[in-house]
Ligand binder design. Structure first.
Ligand code: SF4
Length: 355
């Protein structure tokens, strides 16, 4: 897939844009002043694959807590600051790797300039995080509602302010709670600018709604070559965002992380309990980082063909089922032993990968 070439920005040691792999981010939902809870959540997010973690900093006390959080975090920490330039300056002082500000919420040019100067002195980037829900009021009046054009103009205003103080270490995001507006706003922006884009559909929802909105919004843009870093937003435990983010990337061939279990939907031809086997295999490989494609197919009609590209796969049969590796049958196993044999063959592949 041809990706749009953007400028390279560094968030700590993680490159964004300029041809770097699409970086995966998430965000804590703990109280930031609760250092223990926040560090614990950052660790869980990093373990699940977050390469950058954003932390909201609503009070000056939260910005003070950041110092210890940053020193204990295994990944770069980004401060998310609204309304107060004082808090933004404090977050920069204590050493965040990037600052996210919202053009609708810190509006005075003099404050934006101060923030940019402080960020420049520390060599850290700023993300201009446009959110359709908090656009500058005059833009809402001008456009009537938070249109993609209004979002673009909000970003452009902030770019102009930063340009006046010669600050160009910038990432931009244009997020809406609906995928379509998000897609259009990012298309408009990327047609005009080469700043790296952080993609996400904000307030996407809980579970299915959130996963679908994010996948459509982020996936469509990535498929067009747009986007340098992503965050899937799901209400609740943010650790659930990471498998979705990696699955979006893997479905477009952009990144692989961990095994992917390909499962047939099952039908009247199924000779084995596809769902139960798939669930148990998925549980078994949770936490494994090595990319591995595992296919669970209910019968031999489509099974062997579908399983051909898999590192390992199974195609159910009447009494015995075939286990394939890279398209070749390596074992015929009685169905009552299938799960245990399949598990041990997968374990061998994981161990080989780790060796
Ligand atoms: S692989 Fe076999 S069981 Fe699974 S959906 Fe296809 S035909 Fe049905």
């Amino acid at each position: 897939m041809k990706r749009r070439l953007t400028r390279r920005v560094m968030v700590g040691d993680v490159p964004i844009g300029g041809g770097a792999p699409v970086a995966v981010q998430s965000m804590t939902n703990t109280r930031t002043s609760d250092v223990e809870a926040t560090v614990a959540q950052i660790n869980s997010l990093a373990l699940a694959g977050a390469e950058i973690v954003r932390v909201s900093v609503p009070t000056i006390e939260d910005s003070f807590a950041l110092r210890e959080i940053i020193s204990r975090s295994p990944v770069p920490v980004v401060a998310d600051v609204h309304f107060s330039h004082r808090i933004a300056l404090s977050a920069i002082r204590v050493g965040v790797a990037k600052l996210r500000i919202n053009p609708g919420n810190i509006t005075k040019p003099v404050y934006v300039a101060e923030i940019a100067e402080a960020a420049a002195s520390k060599g850290i980037p700023i993300r201009i995080g446009v959110n359709a829900g908090s656009l500058p009021k005059d833009l809402l009046v001008k456009y009537g509602r938070p249109t993609p054009e209004a979002m673009l103009e909000a970003a452009e205003r902030e770019l102009e302010l930063l340009d006046k103080v010669n600050f160009d270490n910038i990432v931009v995001s244009l997020k809406s709670s609906d995928a379509y507006t998000t897609i259009e706003a990012n298309r408009l922006f990327s047609a005009k600018y080469d700043y790296p884009l952080h993609l996400g559909v904000t307030e996407a929802g809980v579970d299915t709604e959130g996963i679908v909105e994010s996948s459509v919004g982020i996936g469509t843009l990535l498929a067009e070559g747009i986007g340098d870093t992503i965050r899937v937003s799901l209400a609740g435990d943010p650790v659930r965002e990471l498998p979705v983010a990696y699955r979006i990337l893997s479905s477009l061939g952009l990144r692989e992380r961990g095994p992917r279990v390909v499962v047939c939907p099952s039908c009247a031809r199924a000779k084995i309990d596809v769902e139960s086997i798939a669930k148990q295999i998925s549980d078994m490989v949770k936490g494994v980082k090595k990319p591995l494609r595992i296919a669970i197919m209910g019968c031999i009609v489509n099974g062997p063909g579908e399983a051909k590209d898999a590192d390992i796969g199974v195609a159910g049969g009447e009494k015995t089922s075939a286990i394939f590796q890279k398209g070749k049958v390596i074992l015929q196993v009685r169905n009552e032993n299938l799960l245990s044999v399949l598990k041990s063959e997968i374990k061998k592949l994981i161990d080989e990968a780790d060796a």
